[in-house]
Design a binder for this molecule. Structure first.
Ligand code: ZN
Length: 568
């Protein structure tokens, strides 16, 4: 491809609404253009990236026995009525009627469609397992589409569905997909983690999110530096921290004037923060007070508190509710509250000795609180948020925190959909059984966006080689100089002939303009042809990622270029 013919309009400015780096850079580098809120056109460079990611996905799906099909985007409401999700999906589902008044939707996902397809066709255990996938547009009517391709209304997804005869078959299919996903994101050149996840609204019991590590990510992740443990901060289960043994002293009430925060209490009483206990107060939907207690330096995890307390929702507590339960805001503890107050105490708090906690009285705290001795009628659970430095629940090594972008998810659905839609096969004994299903998604556009979030600098995108729109750009400094252009054309032809995806920047622009565009679009390697190249019969190679520049002899540069590309 020659850049003079390429439809790749680059821009200095990014759209005002763009918040994320990937959104800004995809727009500026001419990869995408907005059609309407959450709807985008992919221009040639963007589409090349999408096609490369799709191809990697395809190869790895096929390697595990996946079979590609294509199902309709437009889906009849009946199958969604069967699964019970026609209502559940609410306003996120894009719905429409045909000329006869029959209801349809634009598929947000395809569990119903695939289940209704195979239930009529797969009849025997002998036909199982089946791994069936497609790469296709999906639709979700986001209330506020934003972040470019991260949260759009139309998006490209690979969705694979597995059908097995029993749970151990499902385990195997799940493992196949887990391994395939690991290979896919490795080949895409991304730093990622499979994160243990909740299965959420889609159902099922077992799930991992494949998360690309990036500071702009929407989810907070704890990961181990020693083993492969990784979990979202909401999900990470934590071990109890046992405080060193101490002789228990008698509890004592002391005056702590105006010390209504942990910082103030610890400074006033001159105790380490690990010796303090703090409270968070909530009310459930009926207004019932739920008090949660964690160590002073820990943070309460609302999801865990929700699960431990049995409440449906948590709302921040009104001061009046706290007072009514016998408490005093800023001076709370489980000691001396009215009966019936729900008190959840973190498991680590129960292992503390001679600690400081509120006295449920303004300007007073207890010292020498020993929770096992002094807390009555409390629910003990793991209710704190993971934080950096916590011990790994698998190996005990130190955990680190990072942020990430979810690009893929693997789910075990079990029989959720096969039961709801009565999809059965005949087993070895001729008995009808429900399929064991799994579903496995990858956001293709999201993967492109996440790759950019993870790989960019102030000059633009730094594409990993395997998903770059072109691997190498050949750039004559002055395209109007016939000798330079011819030299560059030869190099370009040689690269192409040896299987390298190359672009020739033959535009009659100033060198500075061309270099800026190369950096903005993020080609992994630039080969510059200058007057010096002609003089010394050499080429100049610049690596986008490191900025490293080297000169290679014209005669045997190809092997070296290939070797360098292997590392990008
Ligand atoms: Zn570990």
């Amino acid at each position: 491809m020659k850049a003079s013919q390429l439809y790749a309009p680059t821009l200095r400015e990014s759209p005002a609404e763009a918040e994320l780096i990937s959104h800004k850079l995809m727009f500026r580098a001419g990869l995408i253009r907005k059609a309407a809120g959450g709807l985008y056109s992919y221009l040639p460079l963007g589409w090349r990236v999408i096609k490369k990611i799709s191809q990697i996905i395809r190869e790895e799906m096929d390697a595990e026995g996946g079979q590609e099909i294509m199902m309709p985007i437009v889906q009849p409401s009946e199958i969604w009525q069967e699964s019970g999700r026609w209502q559940v999906y609410g306003d996120e589902m894009m719905r429409m009627r045909d000329r006869h008044g029959r209801e349809f939707c634009l598929g947000p996902t395809h569990e119903e469609m695939i289940t209704s397809l195979v239930r009529a066709e797969l009849r025997s255990y002998k036909q199982l397992p089946q791994l069936i996938y497609q790469i296709q547009n999906k639709y979700r009517d986001e209330i506020r589409p934003r972040f470019g391709l991260m949260r759009s209304r139309e998006f490209i997804m690979k969705d694979l569905y597995s059908f097995d005869k029993d749970e151990s078959g499902l385990d195997e299919s799940y493992k196949k997909m887990f391994d395939a996903y690991t290979r896919i994101f490795t080949r895409c050149g991304l730093e990622f983690r499979p994160v243990e996840a909740d299965s959420g609204a889609i159902g099922g019991s077992n799930s991992h999110e494949f998360t690309v590590l990036a500071q702009s990510g929407e989810s907070s992740i704890a990961f181990c530096t020693n083993c492969d443990f990784a979990a979202s901060d909401e999900k990470a289960e934590l071990k109890i921290i046992i405080a060193p043994a101490e002789d228990e002293k008698p509890i004592e009430k002391v005056e702590t004037p105006d010390a209504h925060t942990i910082e103030l209490v610890k400074n006033f009483l001159q105790v380490p923060i690990e010796k303090t206990i703090k409270a968070v107060a909530f009310q459930d939907d009926d207004g019932k007070l739920i008090l949660a207690f964690v160590r002073g330096d820990h943070e309460a995890n609302e999801i865990k508190i929700l699960n431990a307390s049995g409440a449906m929702h948590l709302h921040m507590a009104e001061e009046s509710a706290i007072v009514a339960a016998g408490g005093s805001p800023g001076f709370m503890s489980p000691i001396g509250l009215k009966d019936g107050t729900i008190v959840v105490v973190d498991q680590t708090v129960m292992e503390m000795h001679n600690a400081v906690a509120g006295a449920n009285e303004k300007n007073f705290h207890f010292i020498n609180v020993n929770p096992k001795r002094d807390f009555k009628n409390v629910i003990v659970a793991d209710i704190r948020k993971v934080q950096a430095g916590d011990p790994c629940p698998h190996c005990g090594h130190e955990l680190k925190m990072t942020r990430g972008i979810e690009v893929g998810q693997v789910f075990k659905l079990g029989t959720k959909y096969s039961k709801a839609m009565n999809a059965t096969f005949l087993d070895e004994n001729g008995k009808a059984k429900f399929f064991q299903m799994g579903c496995y998604g990858i956001g293709v556009g999201r993967t492109m966006a996440a790759a950019i979030e993870q790989n960019s600098d102030e000059h633009g995108i730094i594409f990993p080689r395997n998903i770059a729109p072109f691997e190498v750009v050949v750039c004559p400094i002055n395209s109007k100089d016939q000798a330079q252009l011819e030299f560059a054309e030869k190099i370009y032809e040689e690269l192409k002939n040896s299987g390298i995806d190359a672009l020739l920047d033959d535009r009659p622009e100033r060198a500075g303009v061309k270099f800026k565009d190369c950096d903005l679009i993020g080609y992994p390697m630039r080969i510059t042809i200058s007057p010096k190249s002609l003089e010394t019969n050499s080429i100049e190679v610049k690596i986008r990622k490191s900025g490293e520049i080297s000169e290679l002899p014209r005669d045997n540069y190809l092997d070296q270029v290939k070797k360098i590309l292997e590392t990008l």
